[in-house]
Design a protein around this ligand. Structure first.
Ligand code: JDE
Length: 248
């Protein structure tokens, strides 16, 4: 997978050199190219923003700069003809595990994180006619820029790429992966020592009864989901079947 990120703060993406994503890059599973948006400005101050038409607070990012930057990146087309363009924004559709799975299938992603009050809306319109342009939200709050959202999305997608997670960990076990634990929150997890500061590990987990352990884990996941995210339980199929129609 190829990932291009255009930003006025490319240094924000240093964390993508470490851990899982960093190793995936070293192994050639993921290729990430960073671009400084200001490289496409033509004034001495390298201006990327201006006051909003219609008045109002803050500044808006200028369309010309983004247009030249995106054109330049798209022109570097490799095996994939064109990228899927992703714009993190509070007004986007929610980014979920389903979105991450969808993006993990893409050969080329182009991220355009905005600063200020956002990017002139003509940019999404201009590229929406040529590329798939997704405006996605990573949460119902306002960030100072989309860079942190890009880090979240790249990590959520990167860990799904084949070969990134070790064999010990399959994404099929994820909270939100399709299957019997689909749409449930993670239950409690434990490891050695069996007693820590007088606190024991639930006996069932030491029993070796895998069927009982699986039922206990699902019960704990249901309890935690009911307590913290009841709306997710409402989405479970009342017939008790998960979405692949396998008996839970
Ligand atoms: C592209 O337009 C943007 C992008 C961002 C940065 O992304 C997020 O905040 C975000 C992404 N998922 N969840 C939050 C911020 C604004 C913005 C809006 C109003 C006032 N101030 C800033 C507009």
């Amino acid at each position: 997978m190829r990932v291009d990120i255009i930003s006025i703060f490319p240094e924000y993406f240093a964390p993508l050199d470490v851990s899982l994503v960093g190793k995936a890059r070293e192994r050639g599973i993921l290729e990430i190219r960073l671009h400084q948006l200001r490289d496409w400005t033509h004034d001495v101050h390298k201006t990327v923003d201006d006051t909003p038409y219609g008045g109002g607070p803050g500044m808006v990012m200028k369309p010309e700069i983004w247009g030249e930057a995106i054109d330049a990146v798209i022109a570097q087309a490799g095996p994939a003809a064109s990228p899927r363009m992703i714009v993190p924004t509070p007004s986007g559709r929610p980014f979920t595990q389903e979105t991450a799975i969808e993006y993990a299938e893409e050969p080329w992603l182009l991220f355009t994180p905005a600063r200020y009050e956002g990017i002139d809306s003509r940019v999404a319109a201009e590229y929406g006619s040529r590329l798939r342009v997704d405006e996605v939200s990573v949460g119902d709050y306002v960030l100072a820029g989309g860079e942190a959202a890009v880090l979240v999305i790249v990590e959520a997608v990167g860990r799904l790429l084949p070969g990134v997670l070790g064999n010990a960990r399959s994404v099929a076990d994820d909270s939100f992966a399709p299957g019997s634990m689909a749409n449930l929150l993670e239950g409690p997890v434990y490891t050695k020592p069996p007693t820590w500061r007088g606190r024991e590990v639930p006996e069932i987990l030491l029993s070796g009864h895998h069927g009982k352990i699986a039922r206990w884990r699902r019960d704990q996941a249901l309890r935690r989901t009911l307590e913290k995210r009841p709306e997710l339980v409402a989405r479970l199929d009342p017939a008790g079947l998960d979405k692949d129609d396998r008996k839970i």
